[in-house]
Design a protein around this ligand. Sequence first.
Ligand code: SF4
Ligand code: SF3
Length: 553
Amino acid sequence: MMCRQCEQTQDHYACTTVGVCGKTAETSAMQDTLMHAVKSVSLWANAAREAGATEEELHAANVWTIRAVFSTLTNVNFSEDRIAEYIQQGMAIKRDLEKLSTPETKPVGSVAEMDLLGKSFEELEEFGHTVGIPKRQEAMGDDDCFSLNEIATYGAKGACAYAAHCYQMGKMDPAIMKDIHQVFSKLASDVPDMDGLLANVLKVGDINGRVLAMLDDAHATTFGNPEPTPVKMTATEGKAILVSGHDLVDLEALLKQTEGTGVNVYTHGEMLPAHSYPGLKKYKHLVGNYGTAWQNQKFEFALFPGPIIVTTNCVLEPRRAYRERLYTMNEVGVDGVAHIGEDRDFSKVIEQAQSMKGFTRTVEPPVYHTVGFNHRAVLPLANQVIEAAKSGALSRIVLIGGCDGSQFDRNYFTELAEELPDDSLILTLGCAKNRIIRSPKLMGATLSNGMPRLLDMGQCNDSYSAVVVATELSKALGCTVNDLPLSLALSHLEQKAAAVLLTLLNLGVKNIRLGPSLPAYVTPNVLNVLVNNYNLMPTTNAQDDVKSIMAGH
Ligand code: SF4
Ligand code: SF3
């Protein structure tokens, strides 16, 4: 196996025997086959479009693409069976697409011609070894071009995951799907076309920006505009179900089904911002948040006194202590763990919650954390922010966003937040916030004008908020985003963060700090391009980086 798609990869090189995430070599090979199938389906989807196929005819291919790709993200699907199922579905879809294309639009080459329909499990896995990183890199014959191919692949994975979230709310943009299929078609080629591959990387950034805008709109349309809301971070006596992941639609379905059952619902990890949506917080039994970020779930889930539902990333191979009360949904999969289907029938989960003790006492005094500083809530404060900056009450805005993880050096981001002067404003996004919001130094901190210093903008899915705020502030101040008193520090781990980074780069945003280490798939030459064109900076240490940030760098 060779997988290096995430930041926590072994020795910052690649996972070669078993994933640091727990992915086996067998599942990794199966995922390599699946990604090859995605490229094949993409080639045929392009051909069908060129031949005049309607969006209705392409619908199955569109939905399959985003879901199949989402299943290959870090910490999403460890089930080889489920990955094999996606491959078979893809191969059947490919055959349908072949019928929609014409001899003139028909793609050629081994990726287009791959056909694994009906192949055995072993054959599917075996095929993966022939299309893994080493083979493809060798075929391309140019490490820098292959690095660009990988950057676009991982960014496109993140964009597909966000598109899958949109689709949960019934939103899908045919123009975006066309672009996604074009990106994967380009990635199917092993021609070392440096300029074309670089353009493909930026195209992924553009696509992801559009997907994030659609997701932001879909959330607000479905659940109302997020608003600052204090969330109880401590337990309430009673039966309980915990929901993790990013998918608000699943949470809503659970809230509807648990209403009146006496079972309380808690959010975990990236579900925390759910409390800020009027359409969700209206449920009184959505009582609070439990736990921290994904990497602590083996301890936190074991101690939770009720069943746990993981709607999307991140899931870890469960301990025996909670395996029987863990449920996956959507693209998430772990062998031997119950999976809730598309009907979102939670009756078994509710039954199990009712049979368990739940929390036996309410923690007093309760602790609260305020969420909901989406761009819709922050922009009305823009004048206050600008006034504060002009009067000297606000020295700098620092956005700290992205993923959390188990490595100790991820404390860098908390230290960075703590080291920043008291007159700076900190915006957070993604599960990286989980360490920061518990910092005694930052809890409840305010600027001299009374504004909270820590504004929680939401999930990584809400990254569009940061783009809107930066763009609107730059308009109000008559400068570019790069001239704002704004610094960005991105804590990356998985492919959604890679997609957000590409979106920022595509928008021309410079001076981003990236850590805790650089991706293993970026070669020194490609890194030079990113440094020269975007002044992308690896994180160093919090003290030095704060000095540099406060000096405007
Ligand atoms: Fe390793 Fe990350 Fe790949 Fe898992 S997803 S196998 S941790 S590189
Ligand atoms: Fe976190 Fe998995 Fe990336 Fe949504 S939940 S940010 S790591």
